[in-house]
Design a protein around this ligand. Structure first.
Ligand code: GDP
Ligand code: FE
Ligand code: FE
Length: 196
């Protein structure tokens, strides 16, 4: 679709707002806006971008207990139970979005699943890249380098994805955090794809 379905978006927005604190809901609204901008620049469906951006963190405030229950009920890989909110709110979050918001568009659900870790260059669709980058670059973000990241992404969505993957990896390692294997896999794949 070439235009945002404002009515559908407003109805979804109401539901998303009820599930999130004010600051996180406002982040979701800004991600939705930035996703629309990037979608227009890259020939990606703007309606899917607006929806995926709006709902991407829908499950961010779900309790550990409810995530674990959903992993069981949805028959997801039991290894997921060993991880935490950072991984769950995307991968398991997509199940909440399907069940509670009634969104069953597989393209939107995949963009939500990959929004934290990214994926390989073959795996990531235009929508996946747009949502991944909009989450990183939305107008409320102010980390050092955000302006550079915005400029790189305006020139090349792929280079933006790689910039974020490299910088997130550095950020997590600097804080001595555990890094999810998919995050490494995505970084290596894009490094090989763009640099070799
Ligand atoms: P947000 O939901 O808008 O805050 O953004 P994201 O979904 O991109 O990231 C959520 C959190 O997960 C951030 O603090 C990231 O730094 C962190 N994160 C991203 N990848 C990984 C990973 O591989 N392992 C861990 N432990 N955290 C990660
Ligand atoms: Fe997130
Ligand atoms: Fe987010």
């Amino acid at each position: 679709m070439t235009a945002v379905n404002e009515k559908e978006l407003a109805a979804l927005s109401k539901q998303v707002g009820k599930n999130l604190s004010k600051h996180r809901f406002e982040h979701c609204l800004r991600v939705s806006d930035y996703a629309v901008k990037l979608a227009k620049q890259n020939g990606v469906d703007v309606n899917q971008a607006a929806i995926a951006g709006l709902v991407h963190d829908y499950a961010k405030e779900v309790s550990k207990k409810d995530f674990l229950k959903k992993i069981e009920k949805s028959g997801l890989n039991p290894d997921l139970k060993n991880w935490g909110n950072a991984v769950w709110h995307g991968v398991v979050g997509a199940e909440f979005i399907k069940d509670e918001l009634g969104i069953d568009d597989p393209t939107i659900l995949q963009a939500v699943r990959l929004h934290t870790t990214g994926g390989t260059h073959k795996e990531m669709t235009g929508l996946d890249k747009v949502v991944f980058m909009a989450d990183y670059l939305e107008k409320g973000r102010d980390f050092p380098g955000v302006e550079e990241a915005r400029q790189i992404t305006d020139k090349s969505l792929d280079q933006g994805v790689f910039y974020q993957l490299a910088h997130t990896l550095l950020f997590l390692a600097a804080k001595e955090k555990v890094i999810y294997p998919k995050t490494f896999e995505a970084y290596n794949d894009w490094a090989m794809y763009l640099k070799d």
